[in-house]
Write a protein of this length. Structure first.
Length: 307
C-alpha cells in the first residue's frame, strides 16, 4: 500500500486528502504547522469513511517525522493570494515555507516523488528541486491540468457539449503568461478553430488565463481548491497506477521547447518514476514568441530567488 503525505492542511491540502481517501490509494499523513488543524481534519475525514465507505487511514500531525518513507509528498503549504495580487507577489513568503518543508522532505522521505502546488508554482517547484536535491523526474508541479481543465470547461459550456468530450491543452508558466493552445484543443477530434470563431476562442483563452484570479475575486479570501485538488489526484493516480498518462504538469526542462534549467508547464508522461518523458508540441510563430516571454519571466524570478 502506498503512503502519501500532504503538507498544508488548508483548503487545497484538506480537499486533496478527502479525494485521495475516497480513492483508497493507501495511507495518508496530513501535516500543518497549526496545532490541532491537521489532527482535527484527519479525524473528520476518517469518520466520513464510515458513511461514504472507505477504510483509508489518515493521520494528522505537526511532526514531519510522520511523513517518513512516503512514496509521494504533496506540498500545499503556503499563503494563497488575495484579490488584486498576482501569484508572483507570494514569492518571498512562500519561498521561506518551501525551504522549510523541503528540508524535512529530504530528511524524512528521501525516496519520495514530490508534487509542488504552492504558488507561484513554477518558481516554488524550482525551490523544491534545489532544496531536496532530488532528480528532476521526481520533483514536479501541478498547474497544467488545472489550467487545461478550465479551458476545457469553458469550451464545453460555449459549445454545449459534455466536458468529457473536450480535449484542451494549456502550456507555459502558471501565471498571466500561460499559453492555451486552440489548435491542440478539440471536441471529439475536431480542432477548436474549426468549431468556433477567432473572437470567441480569444475570449475563452483570456478567461482561462485569468481563471484563477476570477475565483480569487469572487471568494475574496483564498483561492480555488476543488479543481486544484482534482488535478493533484489525477497526477497521483497516474504515478501510483503507473498509468503513463500524458498530463500537462510543470516539469524541469533540459532542452525541450528550447529551454533549460527552468520549470515550465508542458505535457509529460507520468508513471511510477514520476516524469518519464516530455512531449513537444508544434507551436505557431506567435506561440513560440509568447513561450519565450513566459519562460523569460520565470527565469528572472528564479535568478532573484534567495535560497
Ligand atoms: N498550483 C496551483 O494550481 C494552485 C492551485 C490552488 C492553490 N495553489 C497554492 O497552494 C497554496 C495553498 O493554498 P490553500 O488554498 O490551501 O491555502 P490555505 O491558506 O487554505 O492553506 C495553507 C496551509 O499551509 C499551512 N502552512 C503554512 N506554512 C506551513 C509550513 N511551514 N508547514 C506546514 N504547513 C504550513 C497553513 O497553516 C495553512 O493551513 C497557496 O500558495 C496557493 O496559491 C496553487
Ligand atoms: O489563482 C490562484 O492564486 C490559485 C491557483 O493558482 C489557481 O489558478 O486557481
Amino acid at each position: 500500500m502506498a503512503k502519501i503525505s500532504v503538507i498544508g492542511a488548508g483548503n487545497v491540502g484538506a480537499t486533496t486528502v478527502q479525494r485521495l481517501a475516497e480513492m483508497e490509494f493507501g495511507s495518508i499523513v496530513l501535516v500543518d504547522i497549526v496545532e490541532g488543524l491537521p489532527q482535527g481534519k484527519a479525524l473528520d475525514l476518517m469518520q466520513a469513511g464510515a458513511i461514504v465507505g472507505y477504510d483509508t487511514k489518515i493521520k494528522g500531525s505537526n511532526d514531519y517525522a510522520d511523513i517518513v518513507d512516503s512514496d509521494i509528498v504533496i506540498i500545499t503549504a503556503g499563503a494563497a493570494r488575495k484579490p488584486g495580487m498576482s501569484r508572483a507577489d507570494l514569492i518571498n513568503i512562500n519561498t521561506k515555507i518551501m525551504k522549510d518543508v523541503c528540508e524535512k522532505i529530504k530528511q524524512y522521505a528521501p525516496k519520495s516523488i514530490v508534487i509542488a502546488v504552492t504558488n507561484p508554482l513554477d518558481i516554488m517547484t524550482y525551490v523544491a528541486l534545489e532544496i531536496t536535491g532530488f532528480e528532476p523526474n521526481r520533483v514536479f508541479g501541478m498547474s497544467g491540468i488545472l489550467d487545461t481543465g478550465r479551458f476545457a470547461s469553458f469550451i464545453a459550456d460555449e459549445l454545449a457539449y459534455s466536458k468529457r468530450d473536450v480535449e484542451a491543452m494549456v502550456i507555459g508558466g502558471h501565471g498571466d503568461q500561460m499559453l492555451p493552445l486552440p489548435q491542440h484543443s478539440s471536441v471529439f477530434g475536431t480542432p477548436l478553430p474549426e468549431l468556433l470563431g477567432e473572437d470567441v476562442i480569444a475570449g475563452l483563452v483570456e478567461r482561462t488565463i485569468h481563471g484563477g484570479a476570477e475565483i480569487v475575486a469572487l471568494l475574496k479570501q483564498g483561492s480555488a481548491f476543488y479543481a486544484p485538488s482534482a488535478a493533484i489526484v489525477q497526477m497521483v493516480e497516474s504515478i501510483l497506477r503507473d498509468e503513463k498518462r500524458i498530463l500537462p504538469v510543470s516539469a524541469y526542462l533540459q532542452g525541450e521547447y528550447g529551454q533549460k534549467g527552468i520549470y515550465f508547464g508542458v505535457p509529460a508522461k507520468i508513471g511510477c518514476d514520476g516524469i518519464e518523458g516530455i512531449i513537444e508540441l508544434e507551436l505557431t510563430e506567435e506561440q513560440e514568441h509568447a513561450l519565450k516571454e513566459s519562460s523569460a519571466s520565470i527565469r528572472e524570478n528564479i535568478e532573484d530567488l534567495d535560497i
